[in-house]
Ligand binder design. Structure first.
Ligand code: SF4
Length: 238
């Protein structure tokens, strides 16, 4: 498939190629969870390149999502690093507040333990990461650029760069690519799920709803980031 160019931007393939060549092995990784992320993995494979891949195993994913992770691993032959939360932190939260505290307290505390802390630890060992974020996924992502400093996880002594090769893609472009290239996808997509996170915090949506309407649906729209991309929330509330 020909690279899809976007105005004034590098094609996703070109950005991936340039980025992978720029970093030493172990300094750069793709964050994998959704349909967009597998497109990035597919593009890397089609170009004959390799890259480190990680995914966040929160312990609350759907069975279909675990099957999907395994399918991607076997389809491409790439290793996938599963990042898990610290067991004692999870045990403390569950003991004190139960298994569903996020419905009452908001998702911040649980996401912090199950996603942010493992990600933070991983990013301490990286100089850059690649995500499948798109501008039109959410009101929190409208200012997304293909390359940005990760202001949520950079420190004074350790700057981290975030690459978003699909920043300008639409959802329909994503699914066109998946169909044309026989890219593996999460079977939950066949049951009305569009954006897929943890099982208790994701539900299917109707055709007229925004694609992320099924994520943390009980919370205010501008706060629906799990902290992985926290700078998107900072932008919209400041
Ligand atoms: S998405 Fe829900 S279950 Fe998953 S880490 Fe966040 S609050 Fe917890």
């Amino acid at each position: 498939m020909e690279p899809r160019k976007t105005t004034g931007q590098r094609s996703p393939q070109q950005l991936l190629r340039d980025t992978i060549s720029q970093y030493a092995e172990g300094d750069l990784s793709i964050s994998f969870s959704g349909a967009e992320d597998v497109i990035l993995i597919d593009m890397v494979a089609q170009m004959g390149l390799t890259v480190d891949i990680f995914t966040l195993d929160t312990g609350r994913l759907h069975p279909e999502t675990y099957e999907f992770i395994e399918q991607v691993r076997s389809h491409y032959g790439f290793s996938i690093d599963l990042l898990m939360p610290t067991p004692s932190d999870v045990a403390k939260l569950v003991k004190e507040k139960g298994l569903y505290s996020f419905y009452k307290d908001g998702h911040g505390e649980c996401c912090s333990i199950r996603k942010i802390e493992p990600l933070k630890t991983k990013l301490e060992s990286l100089d850059a990461w690649i995500t499948g974020q798109r501008k039109d996924q959410s009101v929190t992502r409208t200012n997304l650029t293909q390359v940005q400093e990760d202001k949520a996880f950079s420190t004074e002594n350790h700057k981290i760069t975030k690459y978003n090769p699909l920043a300008d893609w639409s959802l329909s472009q994503v699914w066109q690519y998946i169909r044309e290239n026989n890219v593996p996808y999460n079977k939950l997509h066949d049951n009305g799920y569009v954006s897929i996170g943890c099982e208790p915090c994701t539900r299917p949506i109707t055709p007229n709803q925004h694609e992320r309407a099924g994520r943390w649906w009980w919370e205010e729209q501008t706060q629906r980031e799990c902290g992985l991309h926290a700078q998107n929330v900072i932008k919209i509330v400041s």
